[in-house]
Design a protein around this ligand. Structure first.
Ligand code: ARG
Length: 486
């Protein structure tokens, strides 16, 4: 930021002395709210037009005003016009830029608006724009997960509860289980956008304006669905920021859970995946190391996203109506959350897109830990055995295997018959109640069969996973279109 010249203030009229340095340092926000400049300029153009419609700017003045705002926009983008430490905030800096270009005509734009409705408008515009960028990045991550899922729809993997082998699943199914939360995040952001599409401009400081302005026309020009129905609520409300931060924190939590899984998968103990060199890091002392820092940072960054939400909620709690300077504290958490997501999401997408799945390792460990026990118990149920008895019989079988240091895969018919008569090939008949042919006990002890049998909607059968993928792809295409405004 440039050295400050003469301090530029929008409120000096009734003061005799200047502000103390300590006050100036405390109240200045331009170092972080400068990023609202393009949105402030958009809102200024819309405001200039309603001032003209209200007869408060001549056609010639409007033209010069719009010309100057366009030029200021260009100069900001080119880095020619920069805020100085003497500008209190983005609105002050831009008014200085306008005065430099237009002289006293520049001072007409402030009529009928206040920084209170301006800043609330700018932040909504900024967020509605950035939410679309965030959704595009989420779509990329969903797409990376879906491509891996497609490739591994029939790869069997150990499915876990309590981080213990539970039942085999399709690894594609597990990957898609990370897409659904992200798809809900996008849905939540789109829903958020509907509520955020309300324009505060026209509320002025808090009570509206005595000038004949048209808040609905401004709202429409800025892409909002309507103007705020209550000027006091318009300047006091930061629900849209808090709600966005909740959405961001939730995304953070989803990335953190995915990150944690990837950390596990990449460990020597799991060895389910191999991370690409481009998305892993080394150690400064241990030459052999390949570390999952991307996944860890994804996990770690969720802490600050939750912190951003907590910070804003704490600021908002107990504020009386309407605008209070506390509200200036809304911006840094919001910007931090946006920056964090835009930083983390592409890295996680790259990590997922480039990781190599160790299919052989997944498939051999899928049945480990007697993961087919439920399949066996369910076979007995289909033969008419009450589940309670089936559960007990299979439990005995597990203990027997452990005592005899063997696994389900190595069992013979004779072993089974020793444990429980229910396991005998003909026990309970070879057909179920509906006459369907039932497999033998040894036949259900196979992983691909176990996967394929879970073929009801939502189950892990590869065919069902492929159906799930088709629906998800359609959903994600819709999300991508929304983000790009088509
Ligand atoms: N920089 C201020 C903010 O971010 C702008 C509004 C200041 N309004 C006021 N009445 N002091 O909230």
């Amino acid at each position: 930021m440039a050295e400050g010249g003469k301090p530029m203030r929008l409120w000096g009229g009734r003061f005799e002395g200047g502000p103390a340095d300590a006050l100036t340092r405390l109240s200045v926000s331009v170092q972080f709210d400068w990023r609202l400049a393009p949105y402030d300029l958009l809102a200024s153009r819309a405001h200039a037009r309603v001032l003209h419609q209200a007869g408060l700017l001549t056609a010639d003045e409007l033209e010069r005003m719009i010309g100057a705002l366009d030029d200021l926009d260009r100069a900001c983008k080119a880095g020619e016009f920069r805020p100085t430490v003497a500008d209190e905030d983005v609105h002050t800096a831009l008014e200085r830029g306008l005065l430099e270009r237009l002289g006293s005509l520049g001072g007409k734009l402030r009529a009928g608006r206040s920084r209170n409705d301006q800043v609330a408008t700018d932040l909504r515009l900024y967020l509605r724009d950035h939410v679309r960028h965030i959704v595009s990045r989420l779509v990329e991550l969903e797409t990376a997960l879906m491509s891996q899922a497609e490739e591994h729809a029939s790869t069997a993997a150990p499915g876990m509860t309590h981080l213990q082998h539970a039942q085999p699943v399709s690894f594609g199914h597990q990957l898609l289980a990370h897409v659904h939360p992200l798809a809900r995040d996008v849905d939540r952001l789109r829903d958020w956008d509907r509520r955020a599409a309300v324009s505060p401009l026209g509320a002025g400081a808090l009570a509206g304006s005595s000038l004949p302005l048209d808040p609905q026309a401004v709202a429409e020009e800025l892409g909002f669905t309507s103007a705020a129905a209550n000027s006091m609520d318009a300047v006091a409300d930061r629900d849209f920021a808090a709600e966005f931060l909740f959405c961001a924190a939730m995304i953070g939590i989803h990335l953190s859970r995915l990150g944690e899984e990837i950390v596990l998968w990449a460990s020597q103990e799991f060895h389910w995946i191999e991370m690409d060199d481009a998305y892993s890091t080394g150690s400064s002392i241990m030459p052999q190391k390949k570390n999952p820092d991307v996944a860890e940072l994804a996990r770690g960054k969720s802490g600050r996203l939750i912190g951003d939400l907590t910070a804003l909620l704490t600021t908002l709690k107990g504020l009386p109506l309407t605008y209070n300077r506390d509200l200036q504290e809304d911006k840094e958490p919001v910007f931090d959350a946006v920056d964090t997501l835009l930083l983390v999401l592409p890295a996680v997408s790259g990590l997922v897109a480039t990781m190599r799945v160790n299919t052989a390792r997944l498939e051999t460990s899928a049945p480990d830990g007697f993961a087919l026990a439920t399949d066996l118990a369910e076979l007995l149920v289909r033969k008419g055995v009450p589940f309670r008895d089936a559960h007990e019989a299979v439990g005995h079988l597990v203990v027997w295997c452990q005592v005899n240091d063997t696994t389900f895969e190595r069992l013979t018919e004779e072993d089974l018959a020793k444990i429980s008569p229910h396991f005998a090939p003909g026990a309970g008949g070879l057909t179920g109640p509906d006459g369907e042919e039932l497999p033998g006990a040894l036949e259900v002890l196979n992983v691909q069969g176990a996967l394929a049998s879970r073929k009801a909607y939502g189950g892990t059968a590869p065919a069902q996973v492929r159906n799930q993928l088709l629906t998800l792809r359609e959903t994600v295409d819709g999300q991508a279109a929304w983000a790009s405004g088509s």
